[in-house]
Design a protein around this ligand. Structure first.
Ligand SMILES: *[C@@H]1O[C@H](CO)[C@@H](O)[C@H](O)[C@H]1NC(C)=O
Ligand SMILES: *[C@@H]1O[C@H](CO)[C@@H](O)[C@H](O)[C@H]1NC(C)=O
Ligand SMILES: *[C@@H]1O[C@H](CO)[C@@H](O)[C@H](O)[C@H]1NC(C)=O
Ligand SMILES: *[C@@H]1O[C@H](CO)[C@@H](O)[C@H](O)[C@H]1NC(C)=O
Length: 372
């Protein structure tokens, strides 16, 4: 069906294929559950005879996952892990499915590799299923660390993600003590971004990192950066600062590294050349209460980061920035916001109304020239 070209013009084919496979797999296990055996030999004979059907469905899924244009859709459908529990324990089925999941993990597109994470907190995603001690782990955490290494080096080096995988801490510690790089990187990021839920784990993580040469080296770098951060956050410096229009993300970084800014509460970046990337430096200043991004290229990605780290922000000017409705969803967690300026942004009134309901402290919100 797909042929030799990179793109398949018949998108319906893909959905049909996937649906047929999923319902086939489901039916297979329904049938197996309802089948009653009188003796064990009969069961084995029956299972051997029918397993090939299951393997066939799994192989179709595997084949689909090899096509660049089909993989995103397959990944999104499989993100919900739409298989019966028995399937997740079935060895020959899961050995094939593991290749499918690996193809998601190795994909450089964020919308593909992020599907190894669950979207419902109550369900297990592929990352948990293949984790050490997970439902199906036959490779000592190799698939798990493959997923982790893509996530942590791309879009998931983030507090939100790291807090979420705190529940996998024992696997991370074990693999890091075996000097697995992606686990070492993950633990370092947890320390650096202050994303360890249980304080007693902090010491455990540090000791584990220090127990191997490469862990020790990475941790030494984190430690150095944390000391620099402490120096920067020392009391003193200006309370308010307005930067001139020549400022870029990197100039901001240099400025912050050169003095102490522990007292800084109010920062105006209006008309500067900063982008979302400056959020990475701004989150080093947890005392910020007032931020002005008027007419900059600051956008949703920057807001996402700010919302995870700045807990005291009260006034935020986003007038004429590139934020959209997506960015507004991040703002919902910034409960201290009192004044918000969304003038001339590509946001919509209905999204803003929804946001207002979630921000009890909001007194003023400028919504001129937004989408109706
Ligand atoms: C077990 O196998 C024998 C011979 O193949 C067959 O006669 C019998 O009905 C089977 N029992 C069940 C419960 O499948
Ligand atoms: C260790 O981590 C690397 C990625 O950094 C991964 O490719 C490798 O498979 C992992 N090894 C094991 C045994 O977990
Ligand atoms: C929103 O920002 C624009 C540009 O800085 C300004 O003209 C406007 O007065 C602000 N609105 C409020 C309510 O402060
Ligand atoms: C505004 O945002 C929507 C998505 O929310 C997008 O489709 C549209 O292209 C954007 N418009 C501009 C002018 O950026």
């Amino acid at each position: 069906m797909h042929g030799y070209t990179t793109f398949c013009p018949f998108l319906l084919v893909l959905s049909n294929f996937i649906s047929v496979c999923l319902s086939g797999i489901d039916e297979f296990f329904q049938h197996r559950k309802n089948f009653h055996f009188q003796d064990k030999t009969n069961r084995t004979v029956y299972e051997e005879k029918t397993d090939s059907q299951l393997v066939c469905y799994a192989k179709i899924l595997q084949r689909i996952s090899t096509f660049y244009d089909w993989r995103p859709h397959l990944a999104v459908v499989l993100q919900l892990v739409p298989f019966p529990y028995l399937a997740l324990e079935h060895i020959s089925f899961m050995k094939i499915l593991k290749n499918v999941v690996k193809s998601f993990a190795a994909d450089t597109r964020c919308e593909v590799h992020r599907t190894v994470l669950t979207i419902r907190e109550s369900n297990k995603g592929w990352l948990e299923i293949f984790c050490l001690g997970g439902i199906f782990c036959d490779d000592d955490g190799e698939t798990f660390s493959l997923m982790l290494s893509t996530l942590i080096s791309c879009c998931c080096r983030r507090k939100h993600f790291l807090l979420n995988i705190n529940k996998l801490i024992s696997s991370l510690l074990l693999l890091a003590s075996r000097e697995n790089q992606s686990c070492i990187d993950t633990l370092c990021a947890m320390i650096e971004l202050n994303a360890v839920e249980n304080p007693t784990h902090v010491l455990e993580i540090i000791l584990t990192l220090q127990s191997t040469p490469s862990g020790l080296e990475k941790y030494a770098n984190v430690y150095e950066r944390q000391r620099a951060l402490e120096r920067m956050r020392q009391k003193g410096g200006p309370r308010e600062l307005t930067l001139s229009s020549r400022f870029t993300d990197s100039l901001l970084e240099i400025l912050l590294s050169e003095g102490s800014f522990g007292d800084l509460e109010c920062l105006s970046l209006a008309f500067t050349r900063v982008t979302s990337a400056c959020a990475e430096h701004l989150i080093k200043l947890p005392g910020l209460r007032n931020l002005n991004f008027w007419s900059t290229r600051f956008g949703d990605a920057g807001l996402e980061l700010l919302s995870e780290h700045l807990y005291r922000l009260e006034v935020l000017n986003l007038c004429e920035t590139s934020i959209t409705n997506k960015g507004l969803t991040y703002l919902a967690s910034m409960k201290t916001l009192r004044k918000l300026n969304l003038t001339s942004t590509n946001t919509s009134l209905s999204a803003i109304m929804a946001l207002k309901k979630k921000l009890p402290a909001l007194e003023e919100c400028d919504v001129r020239y937004v989408n109706v």
